[in-house]
Design a protein around this ligand. Structure first.
Ligand code: URA
Length: 431
């Protein structure tokens, strides 16, 4: 059968700032998935979309076409409501780890189909794989069984879910076309709608360590995704949250598991606890349970019990010692003053260069690599005081990691204490 359209015509339409019609969108997404539209043609189209945008109807159709490229799951057989959370990604963003078991304490099922890290933002699966024995891959039956018995599961998204997005996301990553609102919104929402969650809370990050550097862009992304969710029958809200600073004090795979366990034990840094609780409250409200005392479930060990069962169900040993990097190097304050800047992007890139992240999909991450932060922005420091500890198995990485910290940590001798301190982590809510 002849193809309905020619890829060159579709590219030209968008290049010249035109609208793609529904039939063109359905065809180009399907033909790309089938390999009829070549990578270089899709790369040109993605760049045209990046530069000229898409209107709401085009984005909705593009999302629908990506959903239609694969299977659709359903959690309707479960006895409890489902609610998922998706973050647009940031530095130190380990929130899924304490959040999924916390929400499951209240009889809401949390199916977290997660990914691996690429670039300076970490991936949830890489973090959990630092736990000895833990396996990311589950078939659908086992995933449903864990959800039914324990209430929370974090596992790799199967290859059948939105395959068009898998191919397109990998292409965008190497053609500098990731940061386009229509492409990010359709990529995230196609996977979440295909997954079949009943409700969804989006954590849209804003700041240097996020895709969206300013709040207006982040609001537009959040509004686009919320509309896509609601139109598809998924009860969706978004929180805009601060990613100008790293989340918490530990960055890296095993280090972030360690900090998540501290939160599940009732401790942990305030920003991680605040965001975990804020997202949990949103998820429970969408699932019809608005008055749950989530702080109490962290304090009294209920969330920790679910965590241990969830990890053990995937072969992990929740009591096992976590891997540590072979080498460490400290970073010291060069003068007295107030730490007015601790930039998320600089810390994320440094951690990635230490081996916590990967530059190419096929690379292995180091479980123990990353950064310990000893001082909060806004605190007064003395010359010679320890600010950071860098961790890696491969000490030749220290130099490049230190280079990425230049300008990311600022000590101002004249600033008042509190200057540069993190404000509220939740900046806005779109729902
Ligand atoms: N996460 C995704 O899944 N897709 C994007 O495009 C960006 C972040």
């Amino acid at each position: 059968m002849p193809e309905k359209f020619d890829a060159v015509d579709v590219i030209r339409t968008k290049r010249d700032n035109g609208r793609l019609c529904e039939a063109q969108i359905d065809w180009v997404v399907d033909a790309y998935t089938r390999g009829v539209v070549a990578d270089e043609q899709m790369a040109a189209l993605a760049m045209a979309i990046f530069l000229n945008g898409m209107d709401r109807a085009e984005i909705a159709r593009w999302t629908a076409a990506m959903i239609a490229s694969g299977e659709r799951m359903s959690f309707e057989k479960l006895s409890r409501p489902t609610c998922d959370k998706h973050s647009t990604g940031g530095v130190g963003d380990k929130i899924t780890l304490p959040l999924a078991p916390l929400v499951a304490c209240f009889d809401v099922a949390v199916p977290q189909l997660s990914g691996r890290g690429l670039g300076h933002t970490g991936g949830t699966l890489d973090k959990l794989e630092a736990i000895p024995g833990w396996q990311a891959a589950l078939d659908n039956d086992r995933m449903m069984q864990i959800l039914d018995e324990i209430g929370a599961v974090i596992c790799a998204a199967g290859s059948g879910l939105a395959p068009a997005d898998k191919k397109l996301y990998a292409l965008r990553d190497i053609t500098s076309t990731v940061e386009a609102i229509p492409l990010i919104a359709s990529s995230i929402m196609s996977k979440k709608i295909a997954e079949g969650t009943g409700a969804l809370v989006l954590d849209v990050k804003v700041g240097s360590g996020a895709f969206m550097k300013d709040i207006d862009q982040a609001r537009e992304l959040a509004r686009t995704m919320v509309d896509l969710g609601v139109d598809a029958g998924v009860n969706t809200v978004a929180l805009l949250t601060d990613m100008s600073r790293p989340l918490g004090r530990l960055i890296g795979n095993a280090l972030e598991v360690q900090e998540s366990v501290e939160v599940l034990a009732g401790g942990g840094p305030k920003d991680v606890v605040d965001l975990t609780c804020a997202l949990a409250r949103e998820m429970l409200t969408l699932a019809g349970k608005p008055d749950c005392d989530v702080e109490q479930a962290l304090q009294d060990g209920r969330a920790m019990d679910v965590w241990k069962r969830m990890i053990a169900a995937q072969g992990g040993d929740p009591e096992a010692e976590l891997p540590r990097a072979k080498e460490t190097q400290d970073v010291f304050a060069e003068q007295d003053g107030v730490l007015t800047e601790l930039d998320a992007l600089s810390i994320g890139v440094a951690s990635w260069r230490l081996g916590a992240g990967r530059a190419r999909k096929e690379e292995q991450v180091q479980a123990g690599a990353g950064i310990e932060i000893h001082v909060e922005p806004g605190e007064r420091v003395k010359a010679g005081q320890k600010l950071l500890t860098l961790h890696t198995d491969t000490p030749e990485r220290f130099e490049r990691a230190q280079e990425s910290l230049v300008g990311g940590l600022v000590i101002d001798p004249d600033a008042a204490p509190g200057t540069g301190a993190r404000g509220d982590v939740v900046l806005d809510r779109i729902g």
